[in-house]
Design a protein around this ligand. Structure first.
Ligand SMILES: Nc1ncnc2c1ncn2[C@@H]1O[C@H](COP(=O)(O)OP(=O)(O)OP(=O)(O)O)[C@@H](O)[C@H]1O
Ligand SMILES: [Mg+2]
Length: 236
């Protein structure tokens, strides 16, 4: 039966050493959705994203991506299959220029990546102005745009962002939100975004999963993605 589901996670367990963190996470994402994952500090949001990307092996459960079981695939194979990942913090090569950082994205993205630097610059004009600047000398917000641009160059079907607004000035957060919505409408990118910033979630997420202590306990959809509901889940 045809399905518009791009990701199907079922009963996922994972942790560090012998300590379980994810305790049976299930979630489903449809093609072209922007889905938020919200929850308090330390509940396992980043652990879940690492597991989705294949940077942390799951103990149990399955991850299906475009009807293919990817549970056993390493991160690089998942990247080739269409996963893009922007980890928490500023994930750029600080000693390289903007242009060189994007070239690394091209290598990961394969031959199709070659035409994409201009696409990145179209969404993030500031990066074009600064293309010869050493990435580590740029502001946090500019570095975050670069990290997103580098992932975009791989032409991902599914982009996973872990707290992209953390420590970034509001005007750049707004620009990043607009870019994410454009990726969805113009490129058909599906997006999973972990966020603790109320405004970011309200600006971009069509649906939200709520995480508590290693489990997804609720989901919010449509009108339920509102200030009161989201704020209640983000309180520390
Ligand atoms: N590399 C690691 N080794 C051991 N324990 C870890 C590691 N990374 C995270 N943890 C622990 O796993 C739990 C979940 O952490 P995780 O980073 O997934 O939470 P989070 O929801 O992303 O939190 P935050 O909102 O602070 O980013 C925490 O108790 C954390 O201390
Ligand atoms: Mg985290």
């Amino acid at each position: 039966m045809p399905t518009d589901r791009i990701l199907d996670v079922s009963g996922l367990w994972a942790g560090y050493g012998a300590t379980p963190i994810l305790q049976g996470v299930s979630m489903q994402v449809s093609r072209g959705e922007i889905v938020g994952v919200i929850g308090r500090n330390g509940v396992g949001k980043s652990t879940l994203m690492r597991c989705l990307m294949g940077l942390l092996q799951s103990w149990r459960g399955t991850i299906a991506f475009m009807d293919q079981d990817v549970t056993q695939l390493e991160a690089d194979a998942r990247a080739r299959a269409g996963f893009g990942y922007i980890p928490q913090g500023r994930d750029v090569f600080p000693q390289m220029t903007v242009e060189e950082n994007l070239q690394v994205g091209e290598l990961i993205g394969g031959p199709d990546g070659k035409k994409l630097p201009e696409l990145v610059y179209a969404y993030f004009p500031r990066l074009k102005e600064r293309r010869r600047q050493i990435a580590g000398t740029m502001s946090g917000g500019e570095q975050q745009q670069l990290a997103i641009g580098r992932a975009l160059i791989g032409n991902p079907s599914l982009m996973i962002l872990d707290e992209p607004s953390e420590g970034i000035q509001p005007s750049i957060v707004q620009h990043i939100c607009d870019a994410l919505k454009s990726f969805r409408t113009e490129l058909g990118t599906t997006i999973i975004i972990v966020e603790q910033n109320l405004d970011t979630i309200l600006a971009v997420a069509q649906r939200c999963y709520i995480m508590e202590k290693g489990k997804i306990t609720r989901s919010l959809a449509g009108e339920e993605v509102n200030e009161d509901n989201v704020r209640a889940q983000l309180l520390l």
